[in-house]
Design a protein around this ligand. Structure first.
Ligand code: NAG
Ligand code: NAG
Length: 359
């Protein structure tokens, strides 16, 4: 009799334990919660840790939270280890940490390497799979070796800026400088290196290294440089990766270019129009042509689809029935506007604007 009871209580206990541990599993948080008391110590112990600064009232943070947690759980089994953490930057006690990382808006996500010695801003997607893919790349080498045509085709694609170094051997000053630039700019661009230019798409394939080829999904599609000075190489990458006309529509692969456009210190020309309207082609063609002629004039160009640019239009106090419209914002915040534009007016209007600036 006694043994029967213990048998059943064992079964009962077992199922209870299973239920408890299942519950525990579901509520286990993979994202580490850091604060002023454990931040420095935790960061110093990790070779690669990602920290999100959030505020409890921030809507974008709330939207990100489940995606960030899901990414953390997937990445918890990654090799090398990728740890995701968060800091409530709204807490007074944590404000010192936030200011140390120059946190101005929420969420701000940073990638800390080598125990916190290297800091980079996270510039990847905001949904779980995208976060995982971006961070896997970020935690690997800064530049990937391309050994075959398939490697190169898969790596380069046609949606983003990719920089590939061609080298006769993977050593020497040129190669070291290339890696230094790759390390510095890796959160913005992908870098690869190869011994054989024949693996690369686009352009002359018989070139021999050392050479850097920047691939881009717009304008001339690729551009080469042979200057391996670190500063020169960085400048080459930054300047060559800005499109003559930045497209602002709903395609997320254009988003990094739009962010760069609005970060630019130069004066901004923006043409907003309805991409689905029938007579749009002549305006687009003319705008692209005029922008090409003004390249290097201290003005950067954007072409926005009215369907995707509602926020921007509101920001500038513009109305949908004014499209196609062109607006220039100068570096000191002045605005020049021409509404209900036709293609033949673009060039003379820009010329007039330049005259206004001169006088
Ligand atoms: C953490 O490190 C930063 C930078 O090294 C330092 O300014 C700060 O005082 C440290 N905070 C604590 C709580 O030790
Ligand atoms: C853009 O043009 C399409 C096709 O003419 C039209 O259906 C749509 O309503 C327009 N969108 C705006 C915001 O004007």
């Amino acid at each position: 009799m006694a043994s029967t009871v213990s048998f059943w209580s064992c079964i009962f206990l077992l199922s209870l334990i299973v239920a408890l541990s299942a519950g525990e599993d579901e509520s286990k948080e993979y994202v580490l919660t850091l604060d002023h008391s454990n931040f420095n110590e935790t960061v110093s112990k990790h070779d690669f840790i990602v920290v999100e600064f959030y505020a409890p009232w921030c809507g974008h943070c709330k939207k990100l939270a489940p995606e960030y947690e899901k990414a953390a759980s997937i990445l918890s089994s990654n090799d090398p280890q990728v740890v995701l953490a968060k800091v409530d930057a709204n807490e007074d006690a944590n404000k010192e940490i936030a200011s140390q990382y120059d946190v101005k808006g929420f969420p701000t996500i940073v990638i800390l390497r080598k125990g916190g010695k290297s800091v980079q801003e996270y510039k990847g997607p905001r949904e779980a799979d995208g976060i995982v893919e971006y961070l896997k790349k970020q935690s690997g080498p800064a530049s990937a070796e391309l050994k075959s045509d398939d490697d190169a085709t898969g790596f380069i694609g046609d949606k983003k800026v990719v920089i590939v170094g061609v080298f006769p051997k993977f050593s020497g000053e040129e190669f070291e400088n290339f890696l230094a630039v790759a390390e510095k700019l890796r959160s913005d661009y992908e870098f690869g290196h190869t011994l054989d230019a024949k693996h690369l798409p686009r352009g002359e394939s018989s070139v021999s290294g050392p050479l850097v080829r920047l691939f881009k999904p717009f304008d001339e599609l690729f551009v080469d440089s042979k200057d391996f000075n670190v500063d020169a190489l960085e400048k080459f990458v930054e300047e060559s990766s800005i499109p003559i006309v930045t497209l602002f529509n709903k395609d997320p692969s254009n988003h990094p270019f739009v962010v760069k456009y609005f970060d630019s210190p130069l004066a901004k020309a923006m043409l907003f129009m309805n991409f689905s309207s029938e007579n749009g082609d002549s305006i687009r063609t003319k705008y692209q042509e005029v922008a090409g002629l003004h390249k290097g004039d201290g003005l950067v160009f954007l072409l926005g689809d009215v369907e995707a640019s509602q926020g921007a239009l509101q920001y500038f106090g513009l109305k949908e029935d004014q499209v196609p419209l062109i607006v220039i914002q100068t570096t000191d915040g002045q605005k020049y506007l021409k509404a209900n534009l036709v293609s033949d007016q673009i060039a003379p209007w820009l010329k007039e604007y330049k005259v206004m600036l001169v006088f």
